[in-house]
Design a protein around this ligand. Structure first.
Ligand SMILES: Cc1ncc(COP(=O)(O)O)c(C=O)c1O
Length: 491
């Protein structure tokens, strides 16, 4: 074999792949193709180096790599041979050539997808996006965060780089508990807080911990799909409850509970998603009473608490919960930035421990340096200062949007100026097809999301949810102008 084997190899000296790796890969390719078999001798290093026009050290290095990877074996005073231990179908990993593609499909059957993939294609450049209510990351306290991050990473002890607590960096749990008790009336200590990567992880873990397949979970019938997905994945049967101008209809929940056991209810009481309505005090009290009586969990998603413009923010349900029924979920996605992935759960300590145990299965712990840096920003009051500044800015943007809508679309769009949150719920004259409008708007360079995206069932309401926080006043006016130009004819 030695005499007949001729290495087919075009070395590419300019490639970023070192020559010895190129050479080793070529040998592996020939083994894989069967041009070399187990036990075949490889040429002497001097001869091969000469024939390839490379330094002998290159061939030496390639052979050492092949030996190290198990493709070849050195036999003292005889030379280097293709390993006799190779199976008929040789392993591929190392031999993968740059031109080789990943198989287009797995070589095994996949169970049916439990969650529909939602790969969002970014809109074309220049599109003005009325998003779901994301903050303006251009305002995020990035410099202060970078400074805090640097401090954490370069501290002498580098504590945050060691393996840490699955419940989250202790300083951040302490700082969050302090902030929540000062500003939201929650009687929480650090042990009642679990830090997660975004509130989505919190919702996933809570769903997994609370729900068993077949359990009924009540949700707002116009609501937050990612939370529903988490609940469904845990096996929940979701039942939608109506929402009106006072928020969730608690009487509808009671009617449901009279018919069958309800394991939990998932709610967004502060700024109902997507309608922005605040749950009234009377309904809050009723919801807590009903939950305590039935020993039912209330998952309270308070995702944008800081941004309330009219009067003081309404205190969370969790602040009046004496029965331990409320599982409070919060996020720093709106306050700082959604890309940071920082959320939290506040719940009685045994649930926090159970959630932490579940969390370690997917993610041993969170991003401790980031968590430590954010704790610093909270302790220094930096996040609170940012919240005040951003709140003023977002309130002004909300007013610009409201004015532009009244001016350009007053005849066919109706809304209440939201008391809080980062979005406006615009009800559209039912004689207009909102889906068609959204499509035409996209072709005019403005993105809006029609009501269907928020409906548990059916076609959804004739409405748009218009996030205003991440567009400047000029962008908001221009966005509304484009939206008006794209308005379809009445059906
Ligand atoms: C209802 C609701 N909950 C939670 C979140 C925050 O999600 P996360 O913290 O995972 O970014 C959002 C963000 O859009 C939301 O709209």
């Amino acid at each position: 074999m030695l005499r007949t084997w001729k290495l087919t190899l075009e070395l590419e000296p300019s490639s970023s792949v070192p020559l010895f790796v190129q050479l080793a890969r070529a040998v592996v390719r020939d083994i894989e193709r069967g041009r070399l078999s187990p036990g075949d001798a490889l040429p002497g290093t001097r001869a091969l180096a000469l024939s390839l026009g490379v330094h002998r050290n290159t061939v030496d290095a390639a052979y050492r790599e092949l030996i190290h990877q198990g493709w070849a074996a050195a036999e003292p005073s005889r030379g280097t041979f293709v390993s006799r231990a190779l199976p008929v179908a040789a392993p591929r990993g190392f031999g993968g050539t740059p031109r080789q593609r990943m198989p287009a499909r797995p070589g095994f059957s996949l169970p049916q997808e439990e969650v529909a993939p939602r790969l969002v294609t970014p809109p074309p450049r220049g599109t003005l996006v009325f998003n779901d209510g994301a903050p303006d990351v251009r305002l995020a306290p990035a410099v202060a965060l970078a400074r805090a991050f640097r401090r954490v990473l370069t501290s002498r002890a580098r504590t945050a780089l060691r393996a840490g607590d699955a419940r989250g960096e202790p300083g951040l749990r302490e700082a969050l508990a302090g902030m929540l008790s000062r500003t939201r009336g929650l009687a929480a200590g650090a042990d009642d807080v679990l830090v997660t990567r975004g509130s989505q992880m919190a919702l996933f873990l809570v769903a997994r911990a609370l729900v068993r397949p077949g359990d009924v979970v009540a949700v707002e019938a116009l609501g937050y799909l990612p939370a529903w997905d988490a609940l469904r994945l845990a096996g929940a049967r979701l039942v939608g409850l109506p929402v009106d101008e006072q928020g969730l209809r608690v009487d509808a929940l009671q009617a449901l509970m009279a018919k069958r056991p309800v394991r939990a209810v998932y709610v967004t009481p502060h700024h109902q998603y997507p309608t922005t309505v605040t749950l009234t005090a009377a309904r809050r009290m009723e919801l807590l009473r009903v939950a305590a009586e039935a020993r039912m969990a209330v998952v309270e998603d308070d995702y944008d608490h800081e941004f309330h413009y009219e009067g003081r923010p309404v205190l969370p349900l969790a602040s009046s919960d004496r029965a331990g029924c409320v599982v409070y979920v919060g996020s720093l996605s709106k306050l700082v930035a959604p890309g940071l992935r920082l959320g939290y759960v506040v719940a009685p300590a045994p649930l926090v421990r159970a959630l932490a145990a579940l969390r370690t299965v997917v993610d041993r712990q969170g991003d401790a340096p980031l968590e430590r840096a954010l704790a610093d920003l909270l302790e220094e009051g930096e996040l609170q200062r940012h919240a005040r500044k951003a709140r003023r800015e977002y309130q002004a943007r909300r007013d610009v949007l409201a004015e532009a809508l009244r001016g350009e679309l007053g005849g066919c769009v109706d809304f209440e100026v939201p008391a809080g949150g980062l979005s406006l719920w615009a009800r559209v004259d039912e004689s207009l097809d909102v889906e068609a409008w959204a499509e035409r708007a996209a072709s005019r360079g403005v993105h809006v999301t029609p009501g269907r995206a928020f409906a548990l069932e059916g076609r959804g309401p004739s409405a748009f949810r218009l996030g205003f926080a991440s567009l400047t006043p000029q962008e908001l006016r221009e966005g509304v102008r484009r939206l008006a130009l794209a308005r379809p004819r009445r059906g």
